[in-house]
Design a protein around this ligand. Structure first.
Ligand code: AMP
Length: 207
């Protein structure tokens, strides 16, 4: 069971991936989260993330290989944020084939651009416990975490300017990737404006 959830910024890839991963009892692998972790110790990656630039295919694919070899990925995983280029889609197939595995299904999440802006500019994360907040689930006290009272911070790449760039980069890069998976007969397009829980049912539907 290897699912890929793809879509532009703020389409809810993270939320849906979590729901699906929990339901199937497999890990959710977010390359964005993996890179934000690496960025804590690596200035070059930190700068690229802040500018909304993509990290090189080699670096990210290496990180991914290390992650999927971990024990909890034996039964499968839900991948979010990867592949972002056609080259990455091809590298992923080579990587999986090396271990006798293949992608099960690719789910493309779509939302109107206006909703992406509304969601992105309203989201924040607790710097202490990592809890997330957004327009649909704001904190009770502004700037403070409901769970631990920690300070809420917005991601450095969550600005209107960077968001436009990320949407544009996604559109440019996603077309050949989506065509690649459509040709393989494993692509499903999903309206991600609401009902994130539907992802579990959609993952099991025939294409
Ligand atoms: P995300 O959390 O998925 O929106 O990713 C945040 C940032 O991490 C992106 O804007 C990129 O700079 C970087 N990133 C995440 N996944 C990849 C990837 N597969 N390839 C290259 N860069 C990535």
């Amino acid at each position: 069971m290897i699912y890929i959830l793809t879509g532009g910024p703020a389409t809810g890839k993270g939320t849906r991936s979590d729901i699906l991963a929990n339901a199937l009892e497999i890990p959710h692998i977010s390359t964005g989260d993996m890179l934000r972790n690496v960025a804590k110790k690596n200035l070059e990656i930190r700068e690229k993330l802040s500018n909304g630039e993509l990290i090189s295919d080699e670096i990210i694919t290496d990180l991914l290989e290390q992650r999927i070899l971990e024990n909890d990925c034996k039964e499968g995983f839900v991948l979010d944020g990867y592949p972002r280029t056609l080259k990455q889609a091809e590298l992923l197939d080579v990587l999986l084939a090396k271990y006798g595995r293949a992608v099960t299904k690719v789910m493309e999440l779509t939302i109107p651009d206006e909703l992406a802006f509304k969601r992105i500019l309203g989201r924040s994360k607790c710097t202490h416990c990592g809890a997330s907040y957004g327009i649909d689930f704001p904190p009770k006290r502004k700037g403070r975490c409901d769970i631990c009272g920690g300070h809420l911070a917005v991601r450095t790449d969550d600005t209107a300017e960077t968001l436009s760039k990320r949407i544009e980069t996604y559109r440019e890069n996603s077309k050949p990737i989506l065509d690649y998976y459509r040709d393989k007969g494993i692509l499903m397009t999903v309206d991600a404006s609401a009902h994130p829980e539907r992802v579990v049912e959609e993952a099991q539907m025939e294409i």
